[in-house]
Design a binder for this molecule. Structure first.
Ligand code: FAD
Length: 481
């Protein structure tokens, strides 16, 4: 019997074997499957990512490679323009089919469309599959037939559509070609930091790869999901899943996560798992926005913000990045980001509001810093969320809702547990002043070993005054509308 020709499976930000429709269809085609990951030059595809996510990518590729080996297969690594790399592979292997899972960021889509046509014209069978989102961004439409701009009706449409398609298992075995094409060495890609190696905190916190993703999901479902609805706002509490970096590189699919919330014991309240699903749907909503407004990472959704008088505040930006603003909840959050490549959602809102509204720095500068330092950096969620906080986005928080870093800290970190974890220099302050050391009497500071301006910064702005300045700037652009 003649063996089927090889299929090339192009891995992108879908670094998993289970619920991978492109892979399973490649295996089902019969014949060998040649898996390739291409480090593309273009940002937005699988090209140069932020420094934190490059660290993750290295470990994720390494895990995927091992997982493939246990199935008698391999991961081929190549660098360069995707079309050229794939052309070379087709030539080297005699592949007659090419499969991938669809991606939805503009740069990636601009590459994939013409590439599909190119290889079809060359006589290959080219197939793309869904699975990176719960629903394709084109599937859901308002009753008027237009894309959604508001989250709540979007959620209702998702909810009314029932559960997403049930996830599929990983293939048990993957046929290997008689001869493997050459692969580059992962270490040669220099994705890991060396001098200095700043990833110590990442190693403590994370286990990149598909197995690590499922472990985290299991742990969250059994230990964190009960109480999620309330607890998800409290950064010191273990009520968020921390699945975002695994999702960002596709080590686990949103459908797998959604389905893990079905059929739970009655002790898990519906309000908790439904709220968790709603958060997952925010990710789909962000992609829906990005798909229909590809300029989202660069341009204000609401053009009125084009006239906003952003400040060229490099000192402020630097203090924010380093966690040295003098506002403990902001600084602890920025240090969590630096140490672990992650920040709790409540804190992302507080720190983003501080940069945009207290320091009047353009949200795009904050978005860029997050893109470089988050292990879960995601072109859709990052841009949509920054625009949400700025007030310039679709269905955004109104600009005048300015987060107060003191009251937010007092409300969501009432004992100062989170602040003390990341700002040990303030650990001995009593709860009363942990979120406002600048209001503490001299003897309280002395007793806690805090010298403002030396061991911990003085506030770089007066929040009350900064708020007024931001509001009058907003009034100017509103008056001009
Ligand atoms: P959980 O509460 O456990 O939520 C589960 C999953 O739902 C998350 O992993 C994520 O995939 C999704 N999700 C939750 N909240 C949101 C949200 N508001 N928007 C979109 N998806 C959401 N998320 C990213 O994945 N990448 C980013 O680059 C990113 N940048 C952000 C920037 C700002 C300024 C803000 C305010 C939010 C940003 N978010 C981003 C959204 C959110 O903060 C993170 O998804 C969440 O904190 C991840 O932690 P978790 O997995 O523990 O969340």
């Amino acid at each position: 019997m003649q063996r089927s020709s090889p299929t090339i499976l192009w891995f992108r930000k879908d670094l998993r074997l289970s619920d991978n429709h492109a892979l399973s269809a490649a295996v089902a085609r019969g014949g060998p499957v040649i898996q390739v990951f291409i480090l593309e030059p273009e940002d937005g595809g699988t090209g140069p990512m932020g420094s934190a996510q490059r660290w993750w990518l290295h470990h994720s590729l390494s895990a995927l490679s091992k997982d493939l080996e246990t199935r008698g297969s391999r991961l081929i690594l190549r660098r360069g323009d995707a079309q050229k790399v794939l052309e070379a592979l087709v030539k080297e292997t005699g592949a007659e089919a090419l499969h991938w899972n669809r991606r939805y960021e503009p740069v990636g889509m601009d590459i994939d469309g013409p590439l599909k046509q190119h290889f079809r014209d060359a006589g290959l069978t080219v197939e793309s599959f869904g699975g990176q989102l719960l629903h394709e961004p084109t599937r859901l439409k308002t009753t008027g037939g237009t894309p959604f701009r508001v989250y709540t009706p979007f959620w209702k449409a998702v909810d009314a559509g029932g559960d997403p398609t049930a996830p599929i298992d990983a293939p048990k075995a993957i046929a290997a070609p008689d001869r493997w094409p050459d692969s580059e060495a992962l270490d040669d890609w220099a994705l890991l930091p060396t001098k200095p190696d700043w990833a110590g905190g990442f190693r403590e916190m994370w286990t990149p790869g598909e197995a690590g993703a499922h472990q985290r999901l299991k742990h969250f479902i059994s230990k964190g999901l009960r109480g999620y609805r309330r607890g998800r706002d409290f950064p010191a509490e273990p009520h968020v899943s921390m699945l975002s970096p695994h999702i960002a590189l596709g080590e686990i699919s949103p459908a797998q996560i959604w389905h893990a919330t079905i059929g739970l014991p009655a002790s898990v309240a519906a309000e908790d798992y439904v709220h968790f699903r709603k958060e997952l749907v925010w990710r789909d909503f962000s992609y829906h926005l990005l798909f229909h407004f590809p300029e989202l990472p660069r341009r204000n959704w609401n053009a009125r913000f084009d006239d906003f008088p952003w400040r060229d505040n490099k000192t402020g930006l630097r203090a924010w990045q380093k966690g040295r603003t003098g506002y403990p909840i902001v600084d602890a959050a920025m240090r969590q980001l630096w140490q672990h490549g992650y920040m709790h959602n409540r804190l992302r809102m507080i720190t983003a509001s501080f940069l945009i509204k207290d320091l009047m720095v353009d949200w795009r500068d904050g978005e860029a810093w997050f893109a470089d330092t988050l292990v879960d950096a995601d072109p859709a969620s990052n841009a949509a969320s920054w625009q949400w906080v700025a007030g310039s986005g679709a269905d955004a928080a109104p600009f005048f809702r300015i987060f107060n870093p003191i009251t937010q800290g007092e409300k969501f970190d009432p004992e100062g547990t989170f602040v003390r974890r990341y700002l040990p220099e303030l650990a001995k302050l009593p709860n009363e002043f942990i979120h406002k050391p600048f209001e503490a009497p001299e003897q309280v500071l002395r007793k806690a070993g805090v010298v403002l301006g030396e061991t911990y910064p003085q506030p770089i702005v007066d929040h009350r005054k900064a708020r007024e300045t931001a509001l009058s700037a907003y009034q100017e652009i509103s008056a001009g509308a």
